[in-house]
Design a binder for this molecule. Structure first.
Ligand SMILES: [Zn+2]
Length: 257
C-alpha cells in the first residue's frame, strides 16, 4: 500500500507531472517523509536513505525542508507565518523548497485562512505536503486546493473478501448490511478500490487501464478527477459510519457515482 503511494510519486516525478500541493489523509506512518525523500534524493528509482539529503530529511533538519507541527493542541497562525517566510528564502541544495504540515486537522481557523493564499498561488519550485488524520474539520477551501492521497488507517486492513460486494454495488446492485462493522468495512473496501484505481490509472497512458476484468471496466468509466471527488465524499461518510443511517449513506454514495 505504502509502496503503491511511493510508486505513484515516482511515476509523477518521472513524467514531470508532480503537482505542488498534496493532502495526505489517514495515518501517516512516515509515508509523507518518504515521499519527500523520493522527490529530493538523486537516486533514480527510489530514495537511498543514505545520502546527505535523505538523512537530513529523515531528521527533519534539511535547510530546504520546513515542518510545521501542532504546538499543544493546535497549529497556530505564527507557525503558518513562519512557513510562509521559509518559502521566501532561496533554496540551498534541492530543486524545490518543501513544506510539510502535520496534523492539519488541528489548524486553527485563523492559521488555515492565513495559508490559503499560499495554496492558491504557491511559490515557484515548492512542494507542500499536508497530512491530516481526517478531512472533518479542515477548511473545504484547503481540501479543494490539494490533490488528495489516501494513506492506510492504522487499525484498518482491507477485507479483500468485500471486493465482490464493492463491484456488485458499483454495478448498481442494492446491498444491505446486518451490522455496522460490516458496513464500515465495506465502505473502507470501496475507498480502497477507488484509491488503488486512482493510483494505478495515473500510471497508464491517457489514464486508461488495459482491458482486464470488471475492475478495469468500472474504473475506466471514471476520469481521475471524478475518482478524486468520489473518494472525498465516501471518506466523509466513512467518518460518520458509526452513526449514519446505513441505507441513507449507500444512497448518498450512489448519487455520487
Ligand atoms: Zn538519498
Amino acid at each position: 500500500m505504502r509502496e503503491d503511494i511511493l510508486n505513484y510519486f515516482k511515476i509523477l516525478e518521472k513524467r514531470e507531472l508532480l503537482g505542488t500541493s498534496y493532502l495526505f489523509v489517514g495515518e501517516d506512518e512516515g509515508t509523507v517523509v518518504d515521499v519527500v525523500k523520493l522527490i529530493s534524493c538523486n537516486e533514480e528509482l527510489s530514495f537511498c536513505g543514505q545520502c546527505w539529503d535523505c538523512k537530513r530529511i529523515e531528521d527533519g533538519n534539511h535547510p530546504d525542508l520546513h515542518v510545521i507541527l501542532p504546538e499543544g493542541l493546535s497549529i497556530k497562525i505564527d507557525s503558518i507565518r513562519e512557513g510562509i517566510r521559509f518559502f521566501s528564502l532561496k533554496s540551498f541544495r534541492l530543486k524545490k523548497k518543501i513544506l510539510i504540515i502535520k496534523d492539519a486537522q488541528t489548524l486553527t481557523p485563523a492559521a488555515a485562512n492565513a495559508f490559503l493564499k499560499t495554496l492558491e498561488e504557491p511559490p515557484k519550485n515548492s512542494f507542500i505536503a499536508i497530512s491530516t488524520s481526517k478531512l472533518e474539520g479542515l477548511l473545504p477551501t484547503i481540501i479543494s486546493r490539494c490533490r488528495k492521497i489516501f494513506l492506510p488507517f492504522k487499525e484498518k486492513e482491507v477485507d479483500r473478501s468485500l471486493e465482490d460486494s464493492v463491484f456488485s454495488f458499483l454495478k448498481g446492485q442494492d446491498l444491505r448490511f446486518a451490522d455496522r462493522k460490516k458496513f464500515s468495512s465495506f465502505l473502507w473496501a470501496l475507498i480502497m478500490v477507488f484509491r488503488d484505481g486512482l493510483i494505478s490509472k495515473s500510471g497508464w497512458i491517457n489514464n486508461q487501464l488495459p482491458q482486464g476484468g470488471e475492475r478495469e471496466i468500472i474504473l475506466n468509466s471514471y476520469e481521475i478527477e471524478e475518482i478524486d471527488s468520489i473518494l472525498k465524499d465516501i471518506l466523509k461518510i466513512y467518518e460518520v459510519a458509526k452513526s449514519i443511517n446505513m441505507n441513507l449513506a449507500l444512497n448518498l454514495i450512489r448519487l455520487k457515482l
